[in-house]
Design a protein around this ligand. Structure first.
Ligand code: GLN
Length: 546
């Protein structure tokens, strides 16, 4: 029988619930347990696919083509839990199912209400998310205790846990112990109040994970324990990490979270796992051999979360070589008015991530041109790859008016064009080419060398594509096609084969990189950038000597 852990958050949002949830999964998997993870989000969008990255950060795409919350990325990076379209439900998806059922007459004769119909549907979603054969299902509830919109979710998990019976469900509540600089102390009152909010609706947390800037004193622990009705050994400190979020599983193990979960779920038949791989990773992060600087030129650059998986994957690639990566975040629009050299000079690699719409595109194209002409390792992803194709078409192949019809529907040479099957699409939600498709890697390419395989599965999220009408011209000008989706003859990757790394991919490899298993494209991009940084420093040494 599957046991359940419910993770709620209190006091403020952005406490890192997704990371804590991922870390809990690590601890349980290390005990040999099969874990699934799910997130229930209280907003009304059916999924985050229609939200701007400024609203919600990156949209994370699953293997089966769902557009989900970026926490799914944390779950996949930390654990081996299967993440798919059932892993993320929202108020919007729950309501739309209930309303569909109502129209079909499934509640015939009844008044359809939040309780029991919505709360029942939430419980059905939880059942569905806990995949078959799962020992422990972890359910993270988005939002903060006390929000109006999360109430039905909290009521649903209360009922669900009640039905499971004691010992089969565990409530973990993540809170904040704010530090008041003026009085030089940390405060427990917000935690007490947030636990009070949960208790009002009938949820008594079993374990409190307390985010704090500084170590919690034993007096604070006793106070929290007494006023929140939680044993002292279940008050777990989660101090801000020094170097990397990938320390969190180790920190929570040390602070006793693993033991607490074992006590509450009766897991003493399992053995505490060996986290030496995570320890090794922590040490690599703590003592890198060098720092490599990567420019990320994008439209949503002000918000780190907008390119979350990209930054993480770059960090994985660097740490694989025992290096640390520094990001130079550049707003694409700035590359139009300013000389790219001033903005990009000195970087060891350029990454252009995915994006939508005209704004910033010309800046990306200029940045790419500068990087190509200066032999900087360059990696284009999705819109970034499309920008690489446009740049090459305009500046090397001499294709006049080369553009994407996304930015200019009447352009003379749409080297990137809307996919045929997208022409009739009207709804915006969930209608792009989404999820994993097989890509055949062409022989004698850098891509083939990097993957060491001739077929890969990578995830997509786009409506426009490389226009095959220009393929011959682009290839004979030197831009090789390196990966093909054979069923449609669609070019999925382009490269300059004679460069260490000048590569654009239509898909999103950043969704498949993990700290312990970096994606080969990111690992190789970083090794090219590191090599370039060495050339750079040799050149500047030579200049100094001369
Ligand atoms: N806007 C481009 C398209 O729809 C690229 C999408 C992306 O970068 N995810 O094809």
């Amino acid at each position: 029988m599957t046991q359940f852990i419910f993770v709620t958050g209190g006091v403020v949002s952005s406490l890192g619930k997704g990371i804590t949830t991922g870390a809990i999964a690590v601890l349980l998997e290390k005990r040999g347990l099969k874990v699934s993870i799910q997130k229930l989000d209280p907003y009304i969008n059916v999924d985050p696919g229609t939200m701007s990255p400024f609203e919600h950060g990156e949209v994370y795409v699953t293997e089966d083509g769902a557009e989900t919350d970026l926490d799914m990325g944390h779950y996949e990076r930390f654990s081996h839990a299967p993440i798919n379209r059932y892993s993320n439900a929202t108020t919007g998806s729950i309501y739309s199912t209930v309303i569909r059922k109502e129209r079909r007459g499934e509640y015939l004769g009844k008044t359809v209400q939040v309780i029991p119909h919505i709360t029942d549907q939430i419980q059905e979603a939880i059942q569905q998310g806990a995949q078959r054969g799962t020992d422990i299902a972890i359910i993270e509830i988005g939002g903060t205790a006390g929000d109006i919109e999360s109430l039905p979710f909290l009521e649903a998990i209360r009922q669900f846990a009640h039905k499971l019976g004691k010992g089969n469900a565990c409530f973990v509540h993540l809170t904040l112990l704010p530090f008041l600089a003026a009085s030089g102390e940390m405060k427990t009152k917000p935690t007490q109040q947030s636990v009070g909010k949960l208790r009002e609706i009938g949820i008594q947390p079993d374990i409190l994970v307390c985010r704090c800037e500084q170590a919690m004193t034993s007096e604070m622990r006793s106070k929290i324990s007494l006023f929140c009705n939680v044993d002292e050994c279940d008050v777990i400190q989660e101090k801000d990490v020094d170097t990397t979020i990938y320390e969190v599983p180790l920190d929570l193990l040390r602070e006793g979270l693993d033991d607490a979960l074992v006590r509450h779920l009766g897991l003493s038949h399992t053995r505490a796992g060996d986290l030496s791989d995570w320890e090794d990773l922590r040490q690599r992060f703590a003592s890198p051999e060098g720092v490599v600087e990567i420019a990320v030129v994008g439209k949503y650059i002000e918000l780190h979360d907008a390119y979350k998986s990209i930054y993480e994957s770059l960090a994985h690639g660097a740490i694989h070589h025992k290096w640390k990566v520094r990001f130079r975040k550049i707003a694409a629009e700035n590359c139009v008015d300013e000389d790219p050299k001033t903005l990009l000079g000195g970087v060891h690699g350029l990454l252009v991530p995915g994006g939508f719409g005209e704004r910033g595109l010309e800046g990306k194209i200029r940045a790419i041109q500068w990087a190509r002409e200066n032999n900087i390792p360059t990696f284009g992803i999705c819109f970034g790859m499309q920008a690489m194709v446009i740049e090459y078409a305009r500046n090397v192949a001499g294709i006049e008016g080369a553009h994407t019809s996304e930015a200019d529907p009447n352009c003379k040479a749409p080297v990137i064009d809307l996919m045929k099957e997208q022409e009739s699409v009207e709804d915006k939600g969930g209608t792009m080419r989404l999820g994993a498709y097989p890509c055949r890697i062409l022989p004698n390419t850098r891509l083939a060398e990097i993957y060491g395989r001739d077929m890969v599965l990578e995830r997509h999220r786009h409506r426009w594509e490389y226009n095959n009408d220009y393929r011959r011209e682009l290839e004979s000008a030197g831009l090789s096609s390196a990966g093909i989706y054979e069923a449609r003859g669609l070019v999925e990757a382009v490269e300059l084969t004679d460069r260490p790394f000048y590569l654009g991919v239509q898909y999103h490899p950043e969704y498949k990189s993990k700290p312990l298993e970096p994606h080969p494209l990111f690992a190789t991009f970083l090794s090219a950038a590191i090599a370039h940084s060495n050339v750079d420093s040799e050149e500047s040494n030579n200049k100094v000597q001369a």
